[in-house]
Design a protein around this ligand. Structure first.
Ligand code: SF4
Length: 463
């Protein structure tokens, strides 16, 4: 039976695919991205080699997670930081709440983090009457709209300048025709004081560095830096797969992330944090916590054929390249991680039965694999997900029977040729119409198959 999530996905996708305004905005933003990325990646001497190195580094570190994560933990704790292991979203939220309660905190300033999205932290804090404010401009905009991020790198990619001007006009009375610069200045004015007033700063991390016990943050607005400098407590929520072996590996991963994420050589602000403020230092938090989040990642790790999904550095390139994403957009997926990478990992993180449909939402064109900076074989892994759904008997029984019949019939040429086009068209329109979809025309079988015509011609030429 189709899951609730699958029905919602189909409904939402159909609606978005025919929303021409949505398509125009997305195509426009992705066009700009493509131009920037083309320039960005042209600056690599040997991009293929860098991608291969990134792949093998991630392969090695993830095959040795049992050593590299404790290495990070002991190095980070040596400098006064605290590491908390969270098996799932609930554990992570509870640990955050314990820290907030211990400090009697009332307000939190957040910087962009998909891991906090994954654990629904904003809703949790709101229910606890904690004032939690997103400081990344894109996140701030979607927070004002009460929406989830649309894209893992550009959360407000689905909005035009006019949409944002209208929103700011309604909320803050800025001019309806405000420019992007004016809107950014307004957001900055609204956010600046919050850095000073907030009790706690919460961020994600782009990388966890094992040999120095540090986290690396990469951003373009500098908000994460402010949010980790002024508040007395800094909490990092990060997935365990973000680990890299050494600080020297940033030399490879930072440019790969920047070029594939936005087309920049390097993102504007790159910060390495190795614990709370040390004696003699003038800024930084008094306490720093890193919450290492599993939340289904070890299930991905357990999949021999799909564990590569954990090598992802969240650059968003596969989303921008995907013909399905470009038509249905990020919200239709209703998952934290959308697009090809989301379709690959979500069934293992949140349940194959509920999310197996995402692996079908792919044309298998392979563009996602082609653009991935860590060479994840995404489209073949989506196929492996489909295989797993079948072997785990999660597809409807009628579908399984149907494919068996189809496979037996199409493997037998003489059986196929025994029936004419009219009969085949009848079978297709009776049994396949619904699956085929109302927006596609069913193929029209000719009265005689190609093989039959070929045979007849050959026979007549011999006469
Ligand atoms: S799977 Fe590859 S292309 Fe997609 S977001 Fe992750 S690193 Fe980027």
């Amino acid at each position: 039976m189709a899951s609730k999530q699958s029905k919602e996905f189909l409904k939402e996708s159909e609606q978005k695919a025919f929303d021409l305004n949505h398509r125009k905005i997305i195509n426009n933003n992705i066009d700009k991205y493509n131009t920037a990325v083309e320039i960005g990646i042209s600056r690599f001497n040997n991009l293929e080699n860098s991608k291969r190195r990134a792949y093998s580094t991630k392969w090695k570190v993830l095959e040795n997670l049992d050593k590299t994560l404790p290495e990070f933990e002991s190095n980070f704790q040596r400098k006064g930081g605290k590491v908390i292991w969270a098996e799932n979203a609930e554990e992570a939220r509870n640990e955050i709440w314990k820290i907030i309660s211990r400090h009697n905190a009332k307000s939190v300033i957040k910087s962009k983090s998909m891991a906090t999205e994954e654990i629904n932290l904003n809703e949790f804090l709101e229910n606890k009457n904690i004032d939690a404010l997103e400081s990344d401009l894109g996140e701030y905009i979607v927070q004002l709209l009460g929406q989830k991020p649309y894209h893992i790198v550009t959360p407000a990619m689905h909005l035009s300048l006019e949409d944002i001007s209208k929103l700011f006009h309604e909320k803050f009375n800025t001019p309806l025709n405000a420019t992007a610069k004016e809107l950014t200045l307004k957001a900055r004015e609204l956010l600046r004081d919050k850095y000073l007033q907030s009790d706690i700063g919460i961020t994600g991390a782009n990388f966890i560095i094992a040999d120095t016990g540090s986290i690396a943050l990469t951003e373009n607005e500098g908000n994460a830096r402010l949010g980790t400098t002024f508040p007395k407590v800094h909490i990092v929520v990060v997935g365990i797969e973000k680990i890299i072996p050494s600080i020297a590996d940033l030399d490879l991963f930072w440019p790969l992330l920047a070029t594939h994420g936005t087309g920049q050589n390097l993102t504007v602000y790159n910060t390495i944090l190795s614990g709370p403020r040390q004696e003699g230092e003038t800024d930084g938090p008094e306490e720093m916590y890193v919450i290492l989040l599993d939340n289904g990642r070890t299930n991905v790790l357990a999949q021999k054929d799909q564990r590569q999904g954990l090598y992802c550095i969240r650059c968003g390139a596969c989303l921008n390249a995907c013909p399905v994403y470009k038509n249905i957009g990020g919200h239709a997926y209703e998952t934290t991680y959308s697009g090809p990478i989301g379709s690959l990992i979500t069934p293992h993180m949140k349940g194959m039965e509920a999310f197996k449909h995402l692996s079908d939402a792919s044309s298998l064109c392979g563009k996602c694999t082609e653009v991935c900076p860590v060479k994840i074989d995404i489209h073949n892994m989506l196929l492996a997900n489909r295989r797993d759904a079948v072997t785990q008997k999660l597809t409807p029984e009628m579908e399984r029977i149907g494919w068996k019949v189809f496979s037996a019939a199409t493997s037998n040429r003489s059986l196929l040729d025994r029936f004419g086009g009219r009969f085949k068209n009848f079978i297709m329109s009776t049994f396949m119409k619904k699956k085929w979809g109302k927006h596609r025309e069913l193929p029209d079988f000719p009265d005689k198959s190609f093989s039959k015509q070929w045979k007849e011609r050959k026979d007549s030429s011999l006469d």
